[in-house]
Design a protein around this ligand. Structure first.
Ligand code: B12
Ligand code: SF4
Length: 530
């Protein structure tokens, strides 16, 4: 049996793209069971819709599975599936992934060209389906599947979780795995999260697994994949994309064992993790840092205690401050998840957030312009639906603000500060380049690090002022007259352009110095730490 697993095309102009480990896990699993699987990542392979369809049609697959991870990919999927059918494709078309799981019924109702949807964790259900592709009567007994039968949509009961993640083969890697810039890979070592943040759909995705909230791979199994990536793929950096890498005491213990094993085996690579503020302990992170941890992403979300409570985040502003300072003091780089706007945000809360971002020097476009997304399956979706604030458009969900002035604030922030994205990106690139040098030391870069720190603080302070002026304008003028609005727009636009240009120039200068240092080092052929 020949199968194609495809990441459903999505708009990469709006978001950064990345390898889809979902289909890579499924491919490895099905191949272990004797099937032949090709994977397609249109965004990473620069495949247009027409090229993708052409390749899928000409290969005459028995089944094609689309991975629909994001709600934003649902609508474009209809076109791709229709194009396939128009070109005479008779393969069984199935869907799976985060968004497909929550939208199974809607997808089957609206896209008649697809045949089934595999809900939630995919390995066992997909194998069952493919093993009985020509026996639709058996589909009723396959747990976790949705399909059409006699003009109705049938959803069989959810399937229980895979109790032991170590039984899965490592994801099937290919050239698209190196998308993050040469040898930088993604890896995942657990599934699920035991927390219940209202805006997140991860808990609901996993609640279907009989209440097993966080399942994790053992340290030997993790080390096995790390060694495979280092030796077979020459990996130099690995991003661990687990929703919660450290989950509770067990997770922290596992992380410590993992780091100890890395040190014991002398495995050289830099890595990053995603976690919560409450996971950050100085001793543990010191150990992880010694083992190569270089970057930490923390889901901070807000600096307002009321908002953190509303989100059921289970953290306090103090814990967020402490976690950031521990990470910074260890010399690790940091990124935060931050939600500036939610349906009930007040101007006082925006101010509290702004003070926090300014204090921690973490004001970025992503932080100040982020409005909470409403995901299917999240508690937030239910709350909005209950109080009439949910706005549904196709497969996407949105909300109306309680305070109408907040709509103005949000739209001004998006319009005027969007160009600042270029600064965020420039900073990220340089930060990664500097972090990589730490692991593969090529030169002394203390002076560059210092200049970079200055540049970062300058960028954060400039954006803080710009954001502050926008929210003040929106707060004071529920209905600003055309004239004052135009004047304000012109002033902010000029100011943003000016400050952005100055920081980009600084970043370019630092990048050039770094390149020079690297070249000089390469010439000497010396790779010992200085
Ligand atoms: C890594 C990751 C990314 C990566 C790579 C994404 C990718 N191509 O898969 C990057 C960094 C690019 C990314 C970007 C974004 N992401 Co993201 N990301 C994740 C994350 C943390 C892990 C995904 C993963 O690899 N999991 C591990 C694999 C093994 O699990 P899996 O993907 O669920 O796959 C299993 C099943 O779903 C199923 N399955 C999957 N595909 C298929 C296909 C078939 C045919 C079948 C049968 C089964 C099946 O079987 C797999 C094995 O069991 C998830 C959170 C999560 N836990 O899923 C968020 C998540 C998917 N991201 C999310 C979002 C919103 C985004 C962004 C929009 C964020 C942003 N604001 O910038 C962007 C942009 C996306 C876009 N372009 O539109 C949301 C999606 C929610 C939604 N309903 O839309 C999630 C769920 C996080 C969340 N809270 O709620 N993301
Ligand atoms: S936001 Fe993070 S901590 Fe909260 S439920 Fe989602 S994955 Fe868990």
């Amino acid at each position: 049996m020949r199968i194609a697993l495809v990441t459903a095309p999505y708009d990469t102009a709006l978001f950064r793209s990345g390898e889809n480990l979902g289909i890579k896990y499924l491919a490895a699993y099905l191949e272990q069971k004797g099937m032949q699987v090709d994977t397609f990542e249109p965004a990473l392979e620069s495949l247009s819709d027409a090229e993708l369809v052409g390749r899928l049609v000409s290969e005459h697959y028995d089944a094609i599975g689309f991975s629909v991870t994001f709600d934003s990919a649902c609508s474009s999927l209809a076109e791709t599936a229709h194009l396939l059918r128009l070109r005479g494709c008779h393969a069984h078309i199935t869907l799976g992934g985060h968004s497909a799981s929550f939208n199974a019924r809607d997808l089957l109702e609206r896209i008649t060209d697809i045949d089934s949807v595999v809900r939630f964790e995919g390995e066992l259900t997909l194998l069952d389906l493919l093993s009985h592709l020509d026996e639709p009567e058996v589909w009723h007994d396959i747990a976790g599947l949705s399909f059409r039968s006699d003009g109705r949509i049938v959803s069989t009961p959810d399937r229980g979780p895979l109790p032991d993640l170590d039984v899965l083969p490592y994801p099937k890697r290919d050239s698209t795995s190196r998308h993050l810039g040469d040898p930088h890979f993604m890896m995942t070592t657990s599934r699920g999260c035991p927390h219940h943040c209202t805006f997140c759909s991860v808990p609901a995705f996993n609640s279907s697994h009989n209440g097993v909230a966080w399942r994790f791979r053992t340290v030997p199994n993790m080390i096995g994949e790390v060694e495979y990536l280092l030796h077979r793929w020459d990996a130099k950096a690995i991003s661990f994309i687990d929703d919660e890498f450290l989950s509770g005491k067990t997770g922290r213990q596992r992380a410590a064992e993992f780091a100890t094993e890395i040190l014991h085996r002398d495995l050289r690579f830099i890595w990053s993790v995603e976690c919560r503020a409450t996971d950050v302990e100085r001793d543990l992170f010191q150990l992880l840092h010694r083992a190569g941890l270089q970057h930490v992403f923390i889901g901070v979300e807000s600096a307002s205690p009321e908002i953190l409570r509303r989100f059921r985040k289970g953290t306090t502003p103090r814990q967020n401050y402490d976690a950031i300072s521990i990470i910074r003091n260890l010399g690790l780089s940091i990124a935060i998840g931050f939600i500036m706007f939610d349906p009930w945000t007040t101007f006082e809360q925006l101010q509290t957030n702004l003070v926090f971002l300014a204090d921690t020097q973490l004001t970025t476009y992503k932080a100040v312009a982020n409005k909470v997304s409403v995901y299917r399956g999240s508690e937030l979706e239910k709350q909005l639906s209950r109080n009439g604030k949910l706005v549904v458009s196709g497969f996407m969900r949105d909300f109306t603000f309680e305070d109408p002035r907040m709509s103005l604030a949000y739209s001004l922030v998006r319009t005027h500060l969007k160009p600042w994205n270029a600064v965020d990106q420039g900073i990220k690139r340089l930060e990664f380049a500097l972090d990589s040098i730490d692991a593969i030391p090529v030169a002394s870069i203390a002076d560059l690090r210092e200049d970079f720190g200055y540049c970062l603080r300058n960028a954060s302070a400039s954006l803080t002022l710009l954001f502050g002026s926008i929210i003040e304008f929106a707060r004071g003028s529920p209905y600003p007259d055309e004239m004052s609005r135009r004047r304000f727009n012109d002033d902010v636009e000029r100011e943003v352009g000016h400050k952005k240009q100055a920081i980009l120039l600084e970043l370019d200068g630092l990048q050039a110095k770094l390149t020079q240092k690297k070249a000089a080092q390469d010439q000497r052929g010396d790779s010992t730490p200085q």
